[in-house]
Structure formats: structure tokens, C-alpha cells
Design a protein around this ligand. Structure first.
Ligand code: SAH
Ligand code: DHB
Ligand code: MG
Length: 224
């Protein structure tokens, strides 16, 4: 079994079960046409985010790392009337493409893209005393992952969920001797999770059209 099979299964599942509509497909093609890297979540992963958002009854969603807004659209679709999604993006061009995609998908008025280094925006949000989020999707640079997780914990309500993409990196995370900054940061993040009584967490390895990686799912509990 190899990555060709993983991709074929992703395509099979996507066509049969996930069946993204034209707006989602258009967002992916517009993102590719704009020259943005092909690192959006896959359709099955996007649908998982929608399902998680519906499971927690999310009314407020935070995303760190927008790219072309593909994952943003999936999550925004889970929002009830009056719900809001805020997505943080450092690259103004990515943000512009994403805003177009969000508009075209009909979620332009519920999903907002805020441009800036996420660390700065997160500090601003906390400083403004923003209402807590029900779901946070962390999908930006890995080196800041420990800090993103720390902010996410502060900004998520008990009963809320934090999802972290790209935490396995082809299995590189088990290399204790690694000096690769992304992997060092992911290992540091895992140590934070291990010592954190406010979350019930697990990590799931994944294969698919984006290769071998994984995500962490953390349920925020009342602090004890
Ligand atoms: N969530 C998207 C993919 C995000 S790709 C999807 O699945 O559709 C990661 C994004 O994070 C890129 O657009 C990149 O520009 C952005 N990013 C990288 N470093 C960042 C930072 N420090 N602050 C905010 N965004 C950042
Ligand atoms: C990369 C980033 C992602 O968010 C992802 O899901 C896959 C790959 C990357 O930067 O290589
Ligand atoms: Mg990702």
C-alpha cells in the first residue's frame, strides 16, 4: 500500500461520502490558480471539521492559518444563524484570495479574515476580552505551535475543542534527537498537552492525498 492508494481512497470517499459542492471545489481551484500551495485540508478532513463544529454546537470558531479559506468554508457552514468565524492569516495575498473564496461560497458575512502575525492577533483578542470560542483550528506555522496552543486554551470555553493539523509529519516527531525546528516545536507542544489538566487529548495519524501526517484533538475541560 502506498500514497497512490491513499489518494485513490481519498478520491473514492470524497466522491461517494463527502461530495463537496461546487463552491468548495471552486475555492480549491481558485486557490491553486492563484499560485497558493496545495496544503488546504483534504475534502474528508474539511468535512470532519464541519462535523466537529456541529458536534460542539459551535457559534464562535477561530482558525489560525487561512490560506485560501477552504477549511474556513467547511467550518463556516456549520455555524447557526448569528454564528461567527474569525480566521487569522499573515499573508495579505492569501487573505485576499480567501475573502473572495468566502464571498463566492456565500459565507463572506459570517467568516472574517484578519491579517497579521497570529501571535499578535491572538494577544489582541485576549486583550479585548473576546467572547470564548467553541472550536479552534490551528493550521499555520508549526514553530509557534506551543504559543498558539497556549492562547487557544485561554480563548476556548470549557467543552470547546481545539484541533491541531500537521502534528505527525511523516513520523518525524518520534525522533528525540531532531533539531528540525518544526518537529522540535511539535514535540514541545506534545509535552504541553501531556502536562495540561485542562484538556482531554489524543493524536490520530492520517494518510491520504496529502501523504502521512496527523492531527491532535483536544477537548477543553473545566480547570481542575
Ligand atoms: N487552513 C487552511 C490551510 C492553511 S495553510 C486550509 O486548510 O484551507 C497555513 C497558512 O498559515 C498559510 O496561509 C500561511 O500564510 C499562514 N501562516 C503562516 N504563518 C503564520 C503566522 N505567523 N500567522 C498567521 N498565519 C500564518
Ligand atoms: C504544510 C502545511 C499544512 O498546513 C499542511 O496541512 C500540509 C503541509 C506544509 O507547509 O508543508
Ligand atoms: Mg494543515
Amino acid at each position: 500500500m502506498d500514497s497512490t492508494t491513499w489518494t485513490a481512497v481519498d478520491e473514492y470517499v470524497t466522491a461517494l461520502v463527502v461530495h463537496p459542492d461546487g463552491a468548495l471545489d471552486d475555492a480549491l481551484s481558485a486557490t491553486a490558480r492563484a499560485g497558493l500551495p496545495p496544503i488546504s485540508v483534504t475534502p474528508p478532513q474539511g468535512k470532519l471539521l464541519e462535523i466537529l463544529a456541529r458536534m460542539v454546537g459551535a457559534r464562535r470558531i477561530l482558525e489560525i492559518g487561512t490560506l485560501g479559506g477552504y477549511s474556513t468554508i467547511w467550518m463556516a457552514r456549520a455555524l447557526p444563524a448569528g454564528g461567527r468565524l474569525l480566521s487569522l492569516e499573515i499573508d495579505p495575498r492569501h487573505a485576499e484570495i480567501a475573502r473572495e473564496n468566502l464571498r463566492a461560497a456565500g459565507v463572506g458575512s459570517v467568516a472574517e479574515v484578519r491579517v497579521g502575525a497570529a501571535l499578535d492577533t491572538l494577544a489582541q483578542l485576549a486583550g479585548e476580552g473576546a467572547d470564548p470560542f467553541d472550536l479552534v483550528f490551528i493550521d499555520a506555522d508549526r514553530t509557534n505551535l506551543p504559543a498558539y496552543f497556549d492562547w487557544s486554551l485561554r480563548l476556548t470555553r470549557p467543552g470547546g475543542v481545539i484541533v491541531v493539523d500537521n502534528v505527525v509529519r511523516h513520523g518525524a516527531i518520534v525522533d528525540e534527537a531532531t533539531t528540525e525546528p518544526d518537529v522540535v516545536a511539535i514535540r514541545r507542544f506534545n509535552e504541553m498537552v501531556a502536562g495540561e489538566s485542562r484538556v482531554l487529548a489524543t493524536t490520530i495519524q492520517t494518510v491520504g492525498s496529502k501523504g502521512y501526517d496527523g492531527f491532535t484533538l483536544a477537548l477543553v475541560q473545566a480547570s481542575s
